[in-house]
Write a protein that binds this ligand. Structure first.
Ligand SMILES: Nc1ncnc2c1ncn2[C@@H]1O[C@H](COP(=O)(O)O)[C@@H](O)[C@H]1OP(=O)(O)O
Ligand SMILES: [Mg+2]
Ligand SMILES: [Mg+2]
Ligand SMILES: [Mg+2]
Length: 400
C-alpha cells in the first residue's frame, strides 16, 4: 500500500481521538501542538512499517531509462556536450536529460499525489539563447529514450516541458511528507572520463530515507576486485535497489533476476579493502591513508567515482568507504541518500566522522561532522577509533 493511502485514515484517526477528549477541546493551542506532534509520530511509525512497492517500481523504471540515456551519451561524448555550472563543476547534456526524464516519469506515475523532488540540476543555464542547441539536444535525447524503450504512447516532450521537468527538482525537502531525492549523474567527472558514475534516486518519508535505487551502468556485475575489462565475459551495468526493512537487491541493468546482497562479514582489518574518491579534490587521500594505516589495513585503496562505491560495498567487494571533503564543502542529500539506503539495508553502517547517523531531513544539504565513514558492524568500532585519533593528529599538526 502506498504511503499516501495509509496516511489519510491514520490522520483522521488521531484527529477523532483528540476531538473526543474534552480538556483538549477547551485549549486550542495545546490541541494543535499535540495534534501535530502525534500525527508526526503516527506518520513515522507508519513509514517504518509501510511498503513502498509502487514507488520502488517507479523509481527503478525511471533510473533504468536515465541509465539508457546516459549510456548513449557516454558512448558519443563530445566536447560540446559539457557545460560548466556557476560553481565550476561540470554538467553534461546527460545530467540534464537524466533529471528531466526521472522527474517526468515519477510525476506521471503518481498523478494524484503531491510531487516533490530535490534534485541537483536546474534549468537556469539552459534558458539562455546561446544554449538553445543544447536544450534541443536534451529534448531529443529524452524523447528518443522514451520511444526506444517501449514508451511510444507518451507524446513527445517540448523544450518547455523539458525545462519544467528539470525545474521540478527545486524542492527543499525537509522533515515532513514525501520527497524524491535525485542525483541525475553522480560522479560527472567519472562519467566524462568513461569511468564510474551512478544515477542515484531515493525517497524520503517524514525525513527518513525509505527507499534507494542506484543505477551504475559501468560497474562490473562481479566484484570490482576480480574484474578484467579486457575479458568480454566480464559484464558491466548494475541496478541496486533497497526498501526500508526489506534488504538490498542487485540485478543487471539489462534485466537479470535480482539477487539479495549483503556487506562483507570480514572482521580482520588486515584483509579489508577500502574505497575512496577517484578525485583527490573530493576527499582527502592523505587522511584516509592515515586512518586505515592505524587500523592495520594492508591493501591499497580502490579509487572510484560516485555512489557506485556504496553499491560495491553493499555486495562485499570491499569493507570500508571513507570520504573527507575539504573544509567548508557542504555535502548534498542527493550525493548520499540512495547509497546510504543500499548499504544500510545490506547490513552496513553509514555515519559522519563523529559517529552520528546521517540526517536527510534538514533540506538540500547534509550538514555533518567532518566526513562520512562506511563499513560493516564488526569493523565500525576500530574504524571510529582510528578516525577520532587521526582527526586529532591532523588538527594538532595543523596547529604546530
Ligand atoms: N569539491 C568537491 N568535494 C567533494 N565532492 C564534490 C566536489 N565537487 C563535486 N563533488 C561531488 O562529489 C561526488 C562525487 O564524488 P566522488 O568523489 O565520490 O566521485 C559528486 O556528487 C560530485 O558531484 P556530481 O554529482 O556533480 O558529480
Ligand atoms: Mg554536479
Ligand atoms: Mg553527486
Ligand atoms: Mg550530479
Amino acid at each position: 500500500m502506498g504511503a499516501s493511502t495509509v496516511r489519510a485514515p491514520l490522520t483522521r484517526g488521531v484527529f477523532s481521538i483528540y476531538c473526543s477528549y474534552p480538556r483538549l477541546k477547551s485549549n486550542p493551542l495545546y490541541f494543535s501542538v499535540s495534534l501535530a506532534s502525534s500525527v508526526q509520530q503516527v506518520r513515522r511509525a507508519a513509514a517504518a512499517s509501510m511498503s513502498y512497492d509502487k514507488q520502488l517500481a517507479a523509481a527503478k523504471k525511471a533510473a533504468f531509462l536515465a541509465a539508457r540515456l546516459c549510456q548513449k551519451v557516454q558512448k558519443a561524448l563530445l566536447q560540446s556536450d559539457i557545460q560548466s555550472k556557476s560553481d565550476k563543476s561540470p554538467v553534461t547534456v546527460a545530467d540534464y536529460g537524466s533529471q528531466a526524464l526521472v522527474s517526468f516519469i515519477l510525476e506521471k506515475e503518481f498523478p494524484s499525489m503531491p510531487f516533490s523532488l530535490v534534485a541537483e540540476e536546474d534549468s537556469e543555464d539552459l534558458r539562455r539563447e546561446e544554449t538553445r542547441g543544447t536544450l534541443v539536444r536534451i529534448k531529443e535525447l529524452v524523447n528518443d529514450t522514451l520511444a526506444s524503450n517501449g514508451m511510444n504512447d507518451i507524446s513527445p516532450l517540448s523544450e518547455e516541458d523539458v525545462l519544467d521537468a528539470i525545474d521540478r527538482g527545486k524542492s527543499e525537502g525537509g522533515p515532513h511528507g514525501q520527497h524524491w531525492v535525485l542525483d541525475p549523474i553522480d560522479g560527472t567527472k567519472g562519467f566524462m572520463r568513461g569511468d564510474q558514475y551512478a544515477i542515484a534516486l531515493a525517497l524520503l518519508d517524514e525525513g527518513k530515507v525509505v527507499l534507494g535505487v542506484l543505477a551504475c551502468p559501468n560497474l562490473p556485475l562481479t566484484s570490482v576486485t576480480s574484474y578484467d575489462r579486457h575479458n568480454s565475459q566480464d559484464k558491466v551495468g548494475c541496478l541496486y535497489f533497497a526498501q526500508l526493512g526489506a534488504g538490498t537487491f542487485m540485478q543487471s541493468i539489462d534485466g537479470s533476476p535480482p539477487r539479495k546482497v549483503h556487506v562483507s562479514a570480514t572482521t580482520n582489518p588486515e584483509g579489508a579493502l577500502f574505497f575512496e574518491s577517484f578525485e583527490a579534490a573530493h576527499s582527502s587521500h592523505d587522511l584516509s591513508s592515515l586512518i586505515v594505516k592505524k587500523m592495520g589495513v594492508k591493501t591499497p585503496p580502490v579509487r572510484m567515482d560516485s555512489q557506485a562505491k556504496y553499491g560495491a560495498l553493499s555486495r562485499g567487494d570491499g569493507e570500508i568507504y571513507l570520504r573527507f571533503p575539504r573544509e567548508g564543502y557542504r555535502e548534498k542529500i542527493w550525493d548520499h541518500a540512495a547509497g546510504y539506503m543500499v548499504v544500510a539495508e545490506a547490513g552496513g553502517i553509514v555515519t559522519d566522522a563523529a559517529g552520528n547517523p546521517l540526517n536527510f531531513s534538514r533540506g538540500r544539504y547534509l550538514d555533518l561532522d567532518t566526513g562520512i565513514i562506511v563499513t560493516n558492524q564488526k569493523l565500525m568500532p576500530a574504524l571510529s577509533k582510528a578516525v577520532v585519533e587521526s582527526l586529532k593528529e591532523r588538527a594538532s599538526s595543523l596547529q604546530s
